[in-house]
Design a protein around this ligand. Sequence first.
Ligand code: PMP
Length: 304
Amino acid sequence: MADRDGFIWYDGKLVPWREANTHVLTHSLHYGLAVFEGVRAYKTHLGTSIFRLKEHTDRLFNSAHIYQMPIPYSREQVMEAQKEVVRANKLESCYLRPIAFYGSEKMGVSPKGATVHVAIAGWEWGAYLGADGLEKGIRIKTASYARHHVNVTMPRAKLASTYANSILANMEATDAGYDEALLLDTDGFVAEGAGENVFIVKDGVIYEPEIASALIGITRATVHALAADLGLKVVTRRLTRDDVYIADEAFFSGTAAEITPIRELDGRKIGAGSRGPVTAKVQQAYFDLVAGRNEKYAHWLTRV
Ligand code: PMP
């Protein structure tokens, strides 16, 4: 990733990609306190536009607030910087990665006294779980690792160290030949994917787990809006892994994963074992929306 042409916004300036470096004694590298976002920009008929820029930027600031990390820029500056990154790298569609982290002024658990840095990179990134997965659905595996308990870490924050748990689960699943992991909470109920929220469909109704220990996904909120438009009900309740086994359909939602159908969990085929009709409708509506083909949500697209 480091050896590329282009520019990264780093502490207020666009710097050449290869020069966007930090010291090895960066506090966040040692103790894991960095907050970040995953944002996508799409090509639309009005030009390249960032999807739900405000919501992602708000979540970045909320993550920082939860961890008492003072971001030395305003939300407006960080939003403008994300637009600048897309323009400077001449990207038609891309993934954006804003990150705020502590510098190298000190060691020890407390970050007090370390400078907060902000960087934003952007690059082309296709289907996170594969183009084939978007069409045919993916195979997932329940992780042996539980998702964080709410008193272990703060699930509302998109925090770097939280992802060590996602990495363990994802590696376990992919080493076993699956595409992604499904994590349960510490009570054994379905929480989320390693980097996605999860939904199931049963008898025409969409169900999603209570998200106590999951990230509040922005794509998830988009699914809620689109489901309502399609006349589909979304019910939030505790879900067990066997609720997923006997569902008619299942899908993941996420900025990177977009709407990815799930065709199998733990070796059990879900429904017909392919992208189901409800998932297909939600997925089509999502891709129409992000490509600017749904006037109702034009305000969720920010032209760069
Ligand atoms: N859960 C986790 C753990 C994630 O990493 C993500 C991706 N940010 C999501 C859910 C989905 O969130 P969003 O739709 O905002 O990308």
